[in-house]
Ligand binder design. Structure first.
Ligand SMILES: NC(=O)c1ccc[n+]([C@@H]2O[C@H](COP(=O)([O-])OP(=O)(O)OC[C@H]3O[C@@H](n4cnc5c(N)ncnc54)[C@H](OP(=O)(O)O)[C@@H]3O)[C@@H](O)[C@H]2O)c1
Length: 274
């Protein structure tokens, strides 16, 4: 069985660097999709209340018989629940059939409603109660992270952000590194808009005898990102997991760095607008 490297978070706990995302997996199909992912070898699953498929994830976890301490489960707080964290978290735990989640994220800062600081204080309390092991955020910009640091003592373990070869998030990654926050990449393969067609990636994949998807996942791992590709197809799940038998050179990493389109590469929503 493949051993996925673990990264140590700022709270001393570890997270498997490669996981499996379930955004846009049909709730009806989620149990069988996650069962496939677990059979392939994934032990880190990323879901959210807003995906409406935590129940399917929970059913697959239960049926797998895999010991709880071998699993790493992330879910996320819905945008309309920033003042209602205890109830929202309990609903997620009930749907997942778990006593605790390994990582709980504030899904979006939603600066227009300006309640994320209240939500963060509630995550801190939930962590103290043992309902979540690690507390993190998603889609936070430095201005939001600075505000958490100003008013609370707990630095998020992780910030899960859109990040792929066309949107490499250099400044935010540097901010994370300076503040002890791990970078988790969502939409790592391009967020369903198709894999990058850039000839530089194709050439690198060909040189290693791997697919473009494998070269991209490997790039994330070597950058130090946590990466959570999604697929409904078992053969692609296996492909995306089979990334530990080759290594990109410094020259290849430099070539991929040139693909970055900066802000123009963003495919998802701007965190200021959500
Ligand atoms: N925090 C947030 O706001 C946020 C936002 C978006 C996503 N996420 C998380 O990040 C995870 C991953 O992001 P994502 O689902 O948006 O996009 P992604 O993983 O970048 O891309 C998924 C797409 O790539 C296709 N794909 C997967 N493996 C492939 C392969 N080997 N070859 C060719 N195509 C392949 C999938 O198609 P098939 O399924 O048909 O194989 C799907 O269309 C999500 O599932 C979710 O857990 C978080």
């Amino acid at each position: 069985m493949t051993t996925v490297p673990a990264l140590t978070m700022n709270d001393g706990l570890t997270i498997p660097q490669l996981g499996f995302g379930v955004f846009r997996v049909d709730p009806e199909q989620t149990e069988s999709v996650v069962a496939d992912a677990l059979e392939v070898g994934y032990r880190h699953i990323d879901t959210a209340a807003l995906y409406y498929n935590e129940g399917g994830v929970g059913a697959a976890l239960k049926a797998s018989g895999i010991p709880r301490d071998e699993l790493f489960i992330t879910t996320k707080l819905g945008n309309d629940r920033h003042e209602d964290v205890a109830a929202a978290l309990q609903e997620s735990l009930d749907a997942l059939g778990l006593d605790y989640v390994d990582l709980y994220l504030i899904h979006w800062p939603v600066p227009k409603q300006d309640k994320y600081l209240t939500a963060w204080e509630s995550l801190i309390a939930a962590r103290e109660e043992g309902l979540i092991r690690s507390a993190g955020v998603s889609n936070f910009l430095p201005e939001h992270l600075d505000r958490l640091a100003e008013f609370t003592d707990l630095v998020p373990a992780v910030n899960q952000i859109e990040l792929h070869v066309e949107f490499q998030q250099r400044e935010l990654r540097a901010y994370h590194a300076a503040h002890g926050i791990l970078t988790e990449a969502w939409g790592p393969l391009g967020h369903g808009l198709g894999l990058s067609s850039d000839p530089r990636i194709a050439a690198i994949a060909q040189a290693h005898g791997v697919t473009v998807a494998q070269a991209i996942v490997r790039w994330h791992l070597q950058l130090g990102n946590i990466v959570i590709p999604k697929s409904n197809h078992r053969e692609r799940m296996a492909e995306n997991f089979d990334v530990f038998g080759f290594e990109l050179s410094a020259a290849e990493l430099a070539s991929i760095a040139e693909i970055d389109k900066g802000a123009a590469g963003r495919t998802g929503r701007d965190p200021r607008e959500v």
